[in-house]
Write a protein that binds this ligand. Structure first.
Ligand code: SF4
Length: 351
C-alpha cells in the first residue's frame, strides 16, 4: 500500500499523493551547450522520461535554462550545488523545480533566500541529501554518513523551509550503499509526508546500476515508499528511463509500453531471439500502450508463454507460431517475423 504523501506540482506533472510514480533522468551534456542539451532531452522525452534534471555548475549554464525550457516538453529541474546565486538565476530563467543539496549550499540564510524566490514563482524544491556531502555536524554526531545522519540533515533543511511556510518540498536521501539508502528512506518516510524521490547514487555501469537500483527501489516501492524515481547509470540516460519503467512495471506500479517477455535461449533455441528482441525494442520504443509480447525460442515453454501474452511467437526450425490473444493465428517464416510482429503490434495498439 503506497504511503500517502503531499502532492506537489513540477511544471505540469503531479508528484506525490495518488499521482503515478514518475520516472526521471538527468542530462549528461554540458548544460551550457544548449543544442546538445536540448537534443539529449528530446531523446529522453521520446524514451518516456517524465521530468528531467540538468546540472547547473556555473552562471553560463544557469543563463541558458530559459532557452532550454522553451524547447522541451517535460518539466525542467535545475540541480544546484555550492552557489545559491545560481539557484536564483535558474528561478528567473523559469525552471519548474530546483534540486539543492543543503549540505553544500552554504548557510541556512542562503537556503532561505532560495526558498523565498521559489515561493514567488510557485516552484518546488527538492532537498537532496547525498551520503557523500553531509554537513560536518551530522557526520560528527553520527560518526559518519549513516542513514540517521542523512535523515537529520534532511530534517534540518525541511525545517528551514517549513519555518518560511514553504511546503512545496520533495526529499531524497541517496547513498551509494543500497541498504543505507533503504534504511534512510524508511526513516524519513516515517517522519515527513513530503513526496520522496528515490535513487541510488553513483550506482555504476549499466549492470551494476540496474541491479542496485532494482533491489533498492524494489524494496522501498514495495513498502509503499517513493513517488518518483531515477535509476542513475553511467552511460546513455535513455537507459535510465527504460530501466526505471521496467522496475515500476515489474512491481505492477505502472502499465506502460511493451512488456517484452523473451526466453534466455539455450541449446534448444531454433530462431534468433537476441536479434528479434533487439529489433522489437528499437521499433516499439515509442509505443506507450501496455501490451505483453512474448518471443520464445522453441516449443518447450514457447507456446505457453506466447499464449498467455497479448501477442507472441513460439519458435520452431526457421519459423514460428504466431499467437494472438491466446490463439494460434498462423505460421511465420523467421525472416518475416520482425515485420509481421511489428505490424500486428502496431495494429493492436492503434485499434
Ligand atoms: Fe531454451 Fe526453448 Fe526455454 Fe528458450 S523456450 S530457453 S529455447 S527451452
Amino acid at each position: 500500500m503506497r504511503k500517502k504523501t503531499r502532492e506537489i506540482v513540477v511544471g505540469d506533472v503531479i508528484v506525490g499523493g495518488d499521482a503515478p510514480i514518475t520516472v526521471q533522468s538527468m542530462t549528461k551534456t554540458d548544460t551550457s551547450d544548449v543544442e546538445a542539451t536540448i537534443s539529449q532531452i528530446k531523446k529522453l522525452e521520446a524514451s518516456g522520461c517524465e521530468i528531467v534534471r540538468v546540472a547547473v555548475p556555473d552562471q553560463n549554464s544557469a543563463l541558458v535554462l530559459g532557452r532550454i525550457k522553451r524547447n522541451i516538453g517535460i518539466p525542467l529541474i535545475a540541480d544546484i550545488h555550492f552557489n545559491y546565486k545560481l539557484a536564483l538565476t535558474a528561478i528567473q530563467e523559469g525552471v519548474d523545480g530546483l534540486r539543492i543539496n543543503p549540505g553544500n549550499i552554504g548557510s541556512p540564510k542562503r537556503v532561505e533566500i532560495i526558498a523565498k524566490a521559489a515561493d514567488e514563482r510557485k516552484i518546488p524544491i527538492r532537498i537532496g541529501v547525498n551520503s557523500g556531502s553531509i554537513e560536518k555536524e551530522f557526520l560528527d554526531k553520527f560518526k559518519g554518513p549513516t542513514p540517521q545522519a542523512m535523515v537529520e540533515s534532511a530534517l534540518k533543511h525541511i525545517g528551514i523551509l517549513e519555518s518560511l511556510n514553504f511546503y512545496s518540498i520533495k526529499v531524497s536521501l541517496k547513498a551509494s550503499n543500497v541498504m543505507d539508502t533503504v534504511t534512510a528512506n524508511r526513516l524519513i518516510s516515517e517522519k515527513v509526508k513530503y513526496p520522496i524521490h528515490l535513487g541510488v547514487t553513483e550506482a555504476g555501469s549499466f549492470t551494476s546500476a540496474v541491479a542496485k537500483s532494482s533491489v533498492c527501489l524494489g524494496i522501498l516501492l514495495d513498502e509503499g515508499i517513493g513517488d518518483t524515481i531515477r535509476v542513475s547509470i553511467t552511460g546513455d540516460p535513455t537507459l535510465e528511463v527504460r530501466a526505471g519503467f521496467e522496475i515500476l512495471k515489474a512491481l505492477n506500479l505502472r502499465k506502460r509500453g511493451i512488456n517484452l517477455i523473451s526466453c534466455p535461449t539455450c541449446g534448444r533455441c531454433e530462431i534468433d531471439i537476441p536479434f528479434l528482441l533487439q529489433q522489437l525494442e528499437e521499433r516499439l520504443e515509442s509505443v506507450r500502450e501496455p501490451l505483453t509480447v512474448a518471443v520464445m525460442g522453441c516449443v518447450v515453454n514457447g507456446p505457453g508463454e506466447a499464449r498467455q501474452a497479448d501477442i507472441g511467437i513460439a519458435g520452431g526450425k526457421g519459423e514460428g507460431l504466431l499467437f494472438k490473444n491466446g490463439e494460434i493465428i498462423r505460421k511465420v517464416q523467421e525472416k518475416e517475423m520482425v515485420t509481421i510482429l511489428v505490424e500486428e503490434i502496431l495494429a493492436m495498439v492503434n485499434s
